[in-house]
Structure formats: C-alpha cells, structure tokens
Design a protein around this ligand. Sequence first.
Ligand SMILES: [Zn+2]
Ligand SMILES: [Zn+2]
Length: 324
Amino acid sequence: MDLSLFFAGTAGSVPSARRGLPALLIRRGAERILIDCGEGTQRQLVRSVGLTDLTDVFLTHLHADHWLGLPGMLKSFELRDRERPLTVHGPPGTSALLERLRPVYGRPRYGLTIRDLEPGEVIRRGDLEIVPVSVRHRTTAFGYALAEDVRPGRFDAELATRLGVAPGPDFGRLQRGETVDGVAPEQVVGEPRRGRKVVVTGDTAPTDAVVVAAHRADVLVHEATFAHEDADRAAATGHSTARQAAQVAADAEVRMLALTHLSSRYAGREIRDEAREVFPATEVPRDFDTIEVPLPERGAPELVRWQPPQHPTRSAPAPLESPA
Ligand SMILES: [Zn+2]
Ligand SMILES: [Zn+2]
C-alpha cells in the first residue's frame, strides 16, 4: 500500500510568495488525511493534486495559521456534492470554534463530525492508528503519530512445499500459527514485520514527548520556524530552531527528518544546512513536494520534488472534479 506525504503548505504564521500556510496531505491507500488547513489550502490543492475528498482532517492547534482554510473547504465540499462523510479532529476547543463558524459552512449534507481529542486517544482507520501527542507551544497543541500495525512475517511457500505441506488450506493454517503435518509455523513464516510510522509535530518547542512518540519513525515532520541565531525568539514564541529539531530527530533515531513551518525570512537552504550538521538525513520540502514512504524492507523514505506540468495542453485548468 502506498504511503506519501504531500506538502500543500510549508510556511509558518504568514504565507510568502513561495510557501503557503500549513497543510500536509497524507495519502495512504484510499485514505486522504489532512493535517492542518491554513488559509489558502484548497487553492494550493487545486493547483497541484486536486481538491481530493478528504477522509479526515486533524488540526494540531487553534492558531489561525493552522485552520483558517477549513470553513471554506467544508463549504466547497458541499458545493461539489460530496457524499463521503468527513471527520474533523483537533485539540479541546475545536468543536466550539467550528460551531461558531457554522454560519459560514452550514450543515453539510455529506455528514460532518467534529471531535475534540484527548492526548493519547487512539483513532483507528483499518490497520492504521493515529494518536495525538501533547507538544509544547503557547496553547494546547498536538502532534500526531501515525503508525501502521505490525504485519505478519513473510510466508515461504516454496519451503513449505518442500517440507511436504500441500498448497491450499494447510498454507492458511500455517500462516495462522498452526502446526501442519509436523511442520511448525516458525519454520516457514518469517519474523513479524513492522509497519510504517510517521510523526507530525505541528508547532512546538523541542520536547521529549516528540522524541518518545517518534522513536524510530520512518519520517518525522518537525517544525523549524527559525534558524538557531534566533533561538531566543523561538523559545519566547514556543517554536523550534532547525538545529533543535535536528537534535530531536537524532535522539528519536528517525530515518528522515522533514522541516516545515518556516518563517518567511528564510528561503530553506540555510535551515536545511543548519539541521544537516546535526542530522544529515534532513530535507526541507517546498510547497507541493512529496515524501514517499515505502515499507521498511523496501527502502528509505525519499523526497520527490514537485514537477509542474511541462507542456500544459490547450485547456489546462487544474483537475477540479466537478463545477462549484
Ligand atoms: Zn503556526
Ligand atoms: Zn502556533
């Protein structure tokens, strides 16, 4: 199953010409999970991968740069005759805030559920669990840890056949852990294989809570609002510097660190270079870049730069699926 992170907006606080406000689209099989929805997010999506039918939205916290795009997006889904239900999750206060905004988006026919989460509460989507983690910001703020279940070990059908087990129902019994004709499951089934883990911090000062939640994650998406020369400013505002985020990644032993929520004063390269001195496997995605996250045994996560369409055809509008 494919798993990728699409960076719809990588700025912090205020947008720049090149970076939109925070939004991260996680695509996994048929699931489309949006983490944060800054002002302009639907336009960012329409300009890139299309305004996809999201399955869940998770807000990290209620600072305006992280949710102001949501009421308009909820309204657009209604105008597009969306049918799939949608759940918006966030820290305590999310439902009260969105209820006050009802006059903007009304009562969508597609079925909108708004849920305030508690830290540590597990939200399950098939074999994926999503857990809010309390982080350290100026207001109640969550990061989110997304982790797939452990997968059964690989079944060696060839070896099982050689040991005298007939293909068919007996293979299933072995895979379920039963001994068949003197052949034990551990002879033909490998070690359980871990699933993938992705942790997204939202806004936070460096915190051990993230080190613990992101332990050996495939990808840690950490904010880096400032470079380290502005460490005082970062501390005063509940944010991290690139160097601090890199130290968190190193302590958590993640495979890849992706830095986002950059202040508009930085282009990105200086943030990346500073972090790489501490944690070499650091990337600073630009808007519309993607990180592909393969199953652990198939390789390391990889940043794929956005390629704008080279030769737009005559009528080249972005793929809006139905008129709004
Ligand atoms: Zn922010
Ligand atoms: Zn904030």
